[in-house]
Write a protein that binds this ligand. Sequence first.
Ligand SMILES: [Zn+2]
Length: 205
Amino acid sequence: MSRRLTLRWIELAEIDHGAGTLYDPAVDRYERLVATLREELPGFRIVRKDQSRLHRAIHRVLVVVTLGQMRDYLDSYQTTIGKTVYVTSDWDEWSADRRYVTLRHEAVHLRQFRKLTLPVMAVLYIFLPLPMGLAYCRARLEQEAYAETIRAAAEVWGPDVPRGASYRAHIIDQFVGPSYGWMWPFRGSLERWYDQILAGLGDER
Ligand SMILES: [Zn+2]
């Protein structure tokens, strides 16, 4: 694209976003995703988790059932229930790109709730076949959502980010560690799943 054309495109983009506002593609990407979800799922909303009595109660239950190992539910995890994405109190301070990647993950859960309905989703996610250790259904539902995390990270930061060893280890730790109640213990199968998602990235680019 010629320099003149680039400048013209930026000018047009700025007009779209109001006089005096600099066009930020990252903010735009996040806002567009929010708008798409509002249209696709009427009733969709984003709510602060620490202001929800339900989530404060879930937090207390998790501390007890994980024998104190999971204490950061309110501060570290975004959680989707039904049509609501509950976010940590620092959500608005996150970069738009980070919010975008996370919301792509939560959007998968929003669609799972719509498809399965809230009671079915809750039973599958929490109890089947076991609430901890071998939570096959929870692991499958999270694999679907983390696959989207990996694709969104590649889109925003480039495919080398999810290909990096630390990113891969971090995602796999979500499955084998206490974060989701040790939902799936088989690291080898998770690594194969992760690498399949990575292999699929090439097709989209
Ligand atoms: Zn999830």
